[in-house]
Design a protein around this ligand. Structure first.
Ligand code: GDP
Length: 502
């Protein structure tokens, strides 16, 4: 459908009369209400009005097939939902005690004789935590399950969010009281907020002589993490992974969070075919392909036909987090399975399906889609060469930047850094900044003047469609994890000496 003055006016809220004036000035042509508007002109006007253009591309047959299949498989009957345990990720600055806390929680939860038996170290495991049942006159203890994910950094959010579903329900932000809030603490908080998961704060290392709990708390309040006595709803727990102090309080805080703030979300239907997310895949000499998966809906059993990303097979054996072979795994249960035909990737969705032929058909579609995506990625990287070449010919006066990042905090930080860059002849302008993956619309914006525009992702990646378009249109796409490198490259681009990625 072509863009017209009328549809552009409706989309931007700019009066048709004003639009026509503006368009005539831009293009030296006459316009009526139904006149078509060139895409690039429309995009420019959209940008000026702070409107994000959403461009719909025709989906490929494979994408249609996969989407239809996933929608069908993920259709859950709300009547059948029952409570499920929360899934928790521990995040925080390096050395603040994430690993030590996880170890302590794990060990404190293992029956004495069992300690030697934990040889399996998988990236997810469950603990049972006993809490007092206030409604029970006999004061019997209730057993609550909690599933922990041992995922480095913010991986548990960024990638999986792309699928629209978090595997994590609660983020425990660990801050060492010895150091206080550090850059990665802030980053972790931003990630958790962007992913819309509940936050619990663990102030760790409280045993250390140089611990300063009060200062640490004040710094956290400054990040807008407020406890209820200050008008917020964030639970603060003081812990020591060294002495074990506060570990039980942390588990209690998690159970309370699950019960009072997440009761509606923490539900799943155990009586349906399983689906969930792959946490890791690997090969072993004895058993071949292994996959650690988190069951999110339904119940998984040995013998089930499972499609996981572009791989499939029948579940041969299934082990729990203690390495014990089990026959059933319900919602929020992490298990290790064998029997897949190939090694799946972390973040791949998995589905138990009825027929091997269905699994084979979807696996094939996924493989084709993945192959095209990696081809496009290669092309997009190659394009940086032409950008550098184009720059030496063309005198750039304004380097335009389209910036996508994983959190608002990062966007602001990067913008601030970019403002500091000065050059005699070249200025930078952030044409558009947003949160989330680099999409086709971002590349469309860059298409207006591909020779002097950079599309930059910080802690996010470009989706397949974006890569394909960047390739077609000669738009430069770059992805970064470190602000310093990003700023350095922008500086190089301003000076017309941006090197292609090796
Ligand atoms: P991570 O990088 O966040 O996973 O941190 P680690 O768990 O590896 O801990 C970093 C260092 O801090 C190690 O030397 C731990 O022994 C130490 N540590 C962790 N937790 C505590 C604690 O509660 N008290 C003290 N005194 N040291 C701790």
């Amino acid at each position: 459908l072509p863009i017209t003055v009328r549809s552009l006016s409706e989309a931007t809220g700019v009066k048709a009369g004003e639009l026509i004036k503006r368009l005539m000035k831009e293009t030296n042509q006459l316009y009526g209400n139904n006149s078509p508007v060139e895409f690039d002109t429309a995009a420019m006007i959209a940008v000026d009005n702070n409107i994000e253009l959403v461009i719909k591309r025709q989906k490929t047959a494979e994408e249609e097939l996969i989407e239809e299949f996933e929608q069908m498989m993920e259709n859950v009957d709300p009547e059948k939902l029952r409570p499920r345990p929360p899934v928790v990720t521990i995040m925080g600055h390096v050395d603040h005690g994430k690993t030590s806390l996880l170890d302590k929680i794990r060990k404190s939860n293992v029956a004495a004789g069992e300690v030697g038996g934990i040889t399996q170290v998988i990236r997810a495991w469950s603990v049972t935590h006993k809490v007092l049942n206030p409604d029970d006159p006999n004061e019997e203890l209730l057993e609550k399950q909690i599933t922990f994910l041992d995922t480095p950094g913010h991986e548990a959010f960024t990638k999986m969010r792309a699928r629209g579903a978090n595997v994590t329900d609660i983020a425990v932000i660990v801050v060492a009281a010895t150091d206080g809030v550090m850059p990665q603490t802030e980053e972790a908080v931003n990630h958790a907020k962007a992913a819309d998961v509940r936050i619990i704060v663990a102030i760790n290392k409280v045993d250390a002589p140089n611990a300063n709990v009060e200062r640490t708390k004040r710094q956290l309040y400054n990040l807008n993490l407020l406890p209820d006595n200050m008008g917020g709803d964030i639970q603060f727990v003081e812990t020591s992974a060294l002495t074990g102090q506060g570990i039980d309080d942390l588990l209690t805080a998690i159970s309370l969070e699950a019960e009072f703030n997440l009761a509606d979300e923490l539900k799943a239907d155990p009586d349906r075919p399983a689906f969930g997310t792959c946490l890791e895949g690997y090969m072993t000499a004895g058993e071949g392909v292994n996959a650690t998966v988190l069951v999110q809906q339904g119940t998984l059993r040995p013998g089930d036909i499972v499609l996981c990303g572009a791989n499939y097979g029948r579940v041969r054996t299934m082990y729990n987090d203690h390495g014990v072979a089990i026959e059933e795994a319900g919602p929020s249960t992490p298990v290790r399975i064998t029997g897949l035909g190939g090694v799946p990737n972390a973040d791949d969705p998995f589905y138990a399906v009825d027929e091997l032929t269905t699994a084979a058909k979807i696996a094939e579609a996924r493989e084709k889609k993945d192959r095209e995506a990696s081809l496009n990625r290669f092309q997009a990287v190659k394009d940086l060469d032409s950008l550098t070449a184009a720059k030496s010919k063309l005198k750039v006066t304004e380097l335009k930047i389209i910036l996508k990042a994983e959190a608002r905090g990062s966007v602001e930080a990067i913008k601030k850094e970019l403002e500091k860059l000065t050059h005699e002849e070249v200025t930078t302008r952030v044409l558009h900044a947003g949160i989330g993956a680099i999409t086709e619309s971002d590349v469309q914006l860059a298409r207006i003047s591909p020779d002097d525009t950079l599309v930059i992702g910080f802690n996010v990646t470009a989706d397949d469609a974006a890569l394909r378009l960047a390739d077609e249109q000669g738009v430069s796409l770059r992805e970064y994890q470190i602000i310093y490198n990003l700023v350095d490259d922008v500086k190089a681009a301003m000076e017309g000496r941006l090197k292609p990625i090796e």
